[in-house]
Ligand binder design. Sequence first.
Ligand SMILES: *Cc1c(COP(=O)(O)O)cnc(C)c1O
Length: 249
Amino acid sequence: MTSHDPRFEQLSERLDVVQQRIAAAAAANSTVKPTLIVVTKFHPAADVLRLRQLGVGDVGENRDQEAAAKAAQVADPDLRWHFIGQLQKNKAKSVAAYAHSVHSIDRASLVGALGNAMAQQQDATGRKPLACFLQLDLSSVYPALAAPDGDANSGRGGLAPSNMAALADLIADTPGLTLAGLMAVAPLGVSPEPAFELLAQLSAQLVAQHPGATGISAGMSHDLEAAMAAGATHLRVGSDILGPRPVVL
Ligand SMILES: *Cc1c(COP(=O)(O)O)cnc(C)c1O
């Protein structure tokens, strides 16, 4: 960057604040620090480059078109791109070309598409397997959200906890994919603790069947402390580092 880049300084300061929050939460819970995934969606590749200079090794994106373009612009083989948004099957091939992980797996057809895409990608490039997180819908722990007018969380995606075990087995049996663990977004407008507690319980169940699948991807700008108290291993933090996202799109 140039000698005076106000955006670089802003990102540096905001990243610092978030890292201090993570360090404080790790100390409070006597846990190791989770992996910080900086969610760069809606922000330009130039910001990804700035974050890279600041030592960030993991970034998150939720739309394939935007992510693929940025990954090509940044062209850094050591930077890990995490796909965290709802994913259509026809994007699997594109995602397999740049993503280190997908956090939003919620159905068998998507596992099949990613497995096929990864088989081709591995033949062509020898890349490592794709780390796969199952995204769970945790709204069932909030009875009020099940009310007819309480579907404010629809569209956040995720599979019902009762379907977790079967989809986990399918991922574990698919060459090119590794089962990394669970992911969830706490429902809007309610305190996140019950959701994260349920996520921790489900994680323990999953690990009993799949000992390597210890990942818990949970916690965003406003609830990373609650997620860490429940054992999050991967945080996905956007706006507290990058600033507000544009409203439209
Ligand atoms: C955008 C997004 C985030 C980051 O949210 P912030 O509140 O900006 O920190 C995390 N997870 C998912 C799935 C997202 O889509």
